[in-house]
Design a protein around this ligand. Structure first.
Ligand code: MG
Length: 266
């Protein structure tokens, strides 16, 4: 199943977005968030609430409202090496604020205090169940689905600050979408980043230093994961700069493509 959040009327504000089920070119409104619906073995029982809309006539917004976004640094060896690091001995965690989230088609705004803002194409896990101390073998039970994400990073500020909160935390620095796929199978999938038509990043999910079950076990050993939380699983090699006027696309094989324009900010 593909879960979206959408505005039926472009005049509506993002707070009025509704949950929806995307089937072919139709969006069926849902009565509630997927993680508030009865759970099935793999997924949930959707409750349709109203007639469908044509997808071309609604605006898709970010398909998730996370309370926190947990990210994993240097989880692909080739990316760690291009930044002059070895892969860490255990997952390297940091947070992005929920205020950084934007949806498909919304602009990434480059802050004027940074001279170098990079794209980082990533597979994001969407948590479906409140959990703590997850065993790796049980980790799939807490996953609602997957979406594409871009861990946009002010690289110069990351190097200068030491702490990453500012470099990773500007508004618009966490594009996600276009949907949550609850049936996506994340093994051996190609992750690509394109800037305009240029291929910048390419890797496969089996290159992760720490696979998804290990990440969920490690993170939940520290903090409670809540429904709707996002886990960004790291980026393959090839990170590079974004410039005003670019369009950046994160493409995950079998999942979808997330495209965002880039513009200069203040
Ligand atoms: Mg990253």
């Amino acid at each position: 199943m593909r879960i979206v959040r959408f505005l039926a009327d472009v005049q509506e504000s993002p707070e009025q977005a509704r949950w929806g089920l995307l089937v072919d070119d139709l969006v069926y409104p849902l009565a509630r968030a997927p993680y508030e619906s009865p759970r099935l073995n793999r997924g949930f029982a959707p409750e349709i609430d109203g007639p469908p809309h044509l997808c071309s006539q609604v605006r898709l917004v970010a398909p998730v409202v996370p309370r926190k976004i947990v990210c994993v640094g240097r989880n692909y060896a080739a990316h760690a090496e291009e930044r002059g690091h070895r892969p860490p001995p255990e997952p390297l965690l940091f947070l992005k604020p929920p205020s950084a989230v934007i949806g498909p088609g919304e602009p990434v705004v480059l802050p004027s205090v940074s001279q170098r803002v990079d794209h980082e194409a990533e597979l994001a896990v969407v948590i479906g169940k409140r959990c703590r101390y997850v065993n790796p073998q049980d980790a799939w039970n807490v996953v609602l689905g997957y979406t594409c994400a871009n861990d946009v990073t002010a690289r110069d500020l990351q190097d200068r600050d030491g702490q990453w909160a500012r470099a990773k935390g500007f508004d618009t620095f966490c594009p996600v979408g276009p949907w949550i796929d609850t049936r996506f199978e994340p093994s051996r999938r190609t992750i690509r980043c394109l800037v305009n038509d240029e291929l910048r990043q390419e890797g496969t999910t089996d290159q992760m230093v720490f696979p998804i079950p290990s990440l969920l076990a490690h993170i939940s050993n520290c903090m409670t994961l809540e429904p709707g939380d996002l886990v960004l699983t790291g980026t393959p090699a090839g990170v590079g700069p974004l410039r005003p006027g670019d369009t950046v696309t994160v493409d995950v094989e079998g999942l979808g493509a997330l495209a965002n324009p880039v513009m200069a900010g203040i």
